[in-house]
Design a protein around this ligand. Structure first.
Ligand SMILES: *Cc1c(COP(=O)(O)O)cnc(C)c1O
Length: 467
């Protein structure tokens, strides 16, 4: 149909007229003229389509539609949310939540000029690593330390520095792929190192490493098999023995711990993971680990170990491309400082606080929230307190789960009702992310701290009524 044949189209208010609408003055003030004009144009474009299908909006409705378009454009896409998936360190949800001390330090670094590469004692140029080096060495027993963008960067940089054009020896049982296409063989290729695989998927022996060492060897790499475990008829060479082999042949041993923890997790009632200090003591020349996994800090990659090797890493021009900024450095320093007082760590560091949270406390919270959720979701959904299993996430203790409690929401009608429930919770002002298990939408409450905000937030829940 020709446009001329649709009188309604010709009667649409003009952009200028809408911008002069009395309700628009405050809007232009809030969002700016350019943004408001853009929203008016987009709204009119949509309306032209609607008019063709017979709708007849009045001017007030058009202005309301402009307003909601502006509000949606102004809201952040990167939204704070409630991680009730039961995975404490969820990579897709940003891993560790920072301690207040780290948040304050990061905020101050954002707001002010800082002594990033400036030595306040002698007034000369300093190094950005200086702010955490002593602390990391104190906490790990390492000789020296440096910091880069993340652990993937740490591994890349170590391989490139020590093994470019040479061979890196790795057990076939440790050629891992971590989520997001971090595959050890590919990282190695990009680092310019040649992969020399030894052993088999399930068994690698001392002789496999020894036979592989030659004039081309740049390093031996031990990789923590973060997200899987090989069980049954298996054999791997312990880091201590690997260090002996490496040093007999004058080759550095690098241990990529992945998550890497600075404390013995059995303090929190979890199974023990190798600590960074142990990896250093066992004789690794360099150890790499993440800042935002079990350590509980911002995204970062730590490289600790021998002074001469750290010096070589710092001379690598690639280091510049992978370095951390002042904001994360400030957060790292503040996070590491908390480790000087291990007794209060489980209170001050959110990751540890979540992992150590008493089951009884989670249970009480679940019992408190059942009637609240029941009230909000109405008769179409049944709400129950259920026991469930949390995970650490990010490849730490992949097979271990921690008993927890949660809310199970089961829609009484079938079809896609569970998915719709999940979508409704995701569309809250603070999206609530749970998981779907056996036809129910489950919210694991282990990581729910701000119950007041959670309750307020739920007031906006809009569920589709059962037909
Ligand atoms: C997680 C992990 C990495 C990558 O660390 P990011 O901090 O995510 O870059 C590398 N190696 C291992 C063994 C890991 O578990």
């Amino acid at each position: 149909m020709a446009e001329a044949a649709l009188p309604a189209l010709r009667h649409l208010p003009s952009v200028d007229r809408l911008l002069r609408h009395p309700d628009m003055a405050a809007v232009v003030e809030t969002y700016g003229r350019a943004e408001a004009t853009q929203a008016v144009r987009e709204t009119l474009a949509v309306l032209r389509q609607d008019l063709r299908s017979g709708a007849s909006p009045d001017e007030t409705m058009i202005v309301a539609s402009v307003l909601s378009r502006l509000a949606a454009r102004a809201g952040a896409r990167l939204k704070p949310l409630f991680n009730l998936t039961g995975t404490v360190l969820h990579t897709n949800l940003g891993r560790a939540i920072l301690a207040e001390e780290a948040i304050e330090a990061a905020t101050a670094a954002m707001r002010h000029a800082v002594s990033l590469e400036f030595d306040l004692e002698n007034g000369k140029r300093g190094e950005r690593d200086d702010h955490v080096r002593a602390l990391v060495c104190e906490l790990t027993g390492a000789e020296d330390a440096t910091l880069v963008n993340n652990n993937a960067a740490a591994v890349l940089l170590v391989l490139n520095t020590l093994s470019q054009g040479r061979e890196s020896i790795v057990s076939r049982g440790e050629l891992i792929e971590i989520g997001g296409a971090f595959r050890m063989p590919e990282i190695m290729a990009r680092a310019g190192a040649r992969l020399h695989e030894v052993g088999t998927t399930n068994r690698t022996h001392v002789r496999d490493y020894v036979n592989a060492i030659g004039p081309e060897t740049g390093l031996i790499l031990k990789v923590h098999t973060s997200n899987y475990r090989i069980e049954g008829f298996t054999a791997e060479v312990e880091p201590r023995d690997l260090a002996k082999i490496a040093h007999q042949h004058n080759v550095p041993l690098v241990n990529d711990l992945g998550s890497g923890t600075l404390i013995d997790l059995s303090r929190l009632g979890l199974r023990k993971e190798p600590t960074v200090r142990e990896a250093v003591e066992e004789g690794a020349d360099l150890v790499t680990f993440s800042g935002d996994k079990l350590l509980g800090g911002p995204q970062a990659g730590f490289i600790v170990g021998r002074k001469d090797l750290i010096a070589a890493i710092n001379r690598n021009p690639m280091k510049r491309a992978l370095r951390v900024d002042k904001v994360r450095l400030a957060a790292c320093e503040a996070t590491l400082k908390l480790y000087r007082d291990p007794d209060r760590l489980a209170r001050r560091l959110p990751t540890m606080r979540f992992l150590a949270r008493p089951l009884e406390e989670i249970h009480k919270q679940a019992a408190r929230l059942v009637p609240v959720l029941d009230d909000i979701t109405g008769p179409d959904v049944s709400v129950e307190c259920v026991s469930c299993q949390s995970q650490i996430g990010s490849g730490a203790l992949p097979l271990d789960t921690i008993p927890s409690f949660g809310l199970s929401l089961s829609p009484k009608r079938g079809g896609r009702a569970v998915e719709e429930l999940g979508a409704a919770f995701r569309s809250l002002p603070w999206p609530v992310i749970g998981r779907v298990a056996e036809g129910a939408f489950v919210l694991d409450l282990r990581c729910l701290e701000d119950e007041a905000v959670f309750r307020q937030n739920l007031a906006s829940l809009r569920l589709r009524a059962a037909p």
